[in-house]
Design a binder for this molecule. Structure first.
Ligand code: NCD
Length: 274
């Protein structure tokens, strides 16, 4: 899974349905049982949720993870190239999950490998597994995949919003706005961290903060999402509020387990031990 652009609407719908099966624990069906497998995790950029929810997904599917520590503790400290490092890991695993700060590089790596590769975020490019868990979260909140209006303010260079735009675009009449004013008929507010590592200089623009004052104006039907980690745009003061809009970002991170189980299952069901 390198990009959402490689998927059809039908494939995404099937993955959402599989994620729901995993969440509802209907996994006794032999259709959902995988032979033992090994998943390699190579993160050339920091991660908490993506890395750990993949490990959790692998464990729940009965597989094993091999995590390569950052450059400091691997043979890259002796000058080994990233390509040789990736190729080495591919010899030990049935599937590789890779995150890299450079857009497009994960696809390039995958072209030299014989096992499936999952893009866990490539610079400001894409974050397809996040898009699937985000869509699953939208689906759980709205009960549909069409006719959804999302407001994603201050999301320049956000790979999660980039991929969310693609996945929502597969369905009908979905709108995603990055305006400074709230659009009408809103279903989801998708906040995101200012991607400071992707700007040479701080843009110094006034950014939207979803503080208690803003929260108090939001109707109950609106769901608030954030891929996390958060910055000042999402004060923790609203975390436990239930009276206005619905806080979805904790459930959203948990949905990462089920979405990633579905992705791994889909990639490996015909591929393990070949
Ligand atoms: C995001 C990412 O890495 O792109 N985090 C995540 O995977 N949950 C968002 C971010 O870093 O701002």
């Amino acid at each position: 899974m390198l990009s959402i652009r490689d998927f059809s609407k039908k494939q995404i719908k099937d993955l959402i349905a599989t994620a729901a099966q995993f969440e509802n624990k209907i996994v006794t069906d032999p259709k959902y049982v995988l032979p033992p497998f090994i998943c390699g995790l190579l993160f050339f950029e920091p991660s908490t949720r993506t890395m750990c929810s993949f490990q959790s997904a692998v464990a729940r599917l009965g597989g094993t993870s091999i995590v390569l520590p950052g450059a400091k503790d691997s043979s890259m400290a002796k000058g080994e190239t990233e390509m040789d490092t990736v190729r080495t890991m591919s010899q030990y695993c049935d599937v590789l999950v890779i995150r890299h700060p450079q857009k497009g590089l994960i696809r390039l790596f995958s072209e030299s490998l014989e096992i499936p590769v999952i893009n866990a975020g490539d610079g400001e490019g894409e974050h397809p597994t996040q898009a699937l868990l985000d869509l699953y979260t939208v689906y759980k909140h709205c009960g549909r995949l069409d006719d959804v209006t999302v407001w994603a303010p201050d999301s320049e260079r956000s790979r999660t919003v980039n991929s969310l735009r693609h996945i929502l675009g597969l369905f009908d009449r979905n709108e995603i706005y990055d305006t400074h004013v709230l659009p009408g008929n809103l279903d989801i507010i998708y906040m995101s961290r200012y991607q400071k590592e992707r700007f040479l200089e701080d843009a110094h623009t006034q950014r939207i903060v979803l503080d208690e004052m803003v929260y108090n104006t939001l109707p109950k039907e609106v769901g608030i999402m954030h891929p996390l980690p958060r910055g000042p745009e999402l004060p923790a003061a609203i975390d436990n509020r239930t009276d206005c809009a619905k806080i979805l970002y904790f459930d959203q991170m948990k949905n990462g387990i089920y979405a990633r189980m579905a992705i791994l299952h889909n990639l490996l069901k015909n591929n393990v031990n070949k």
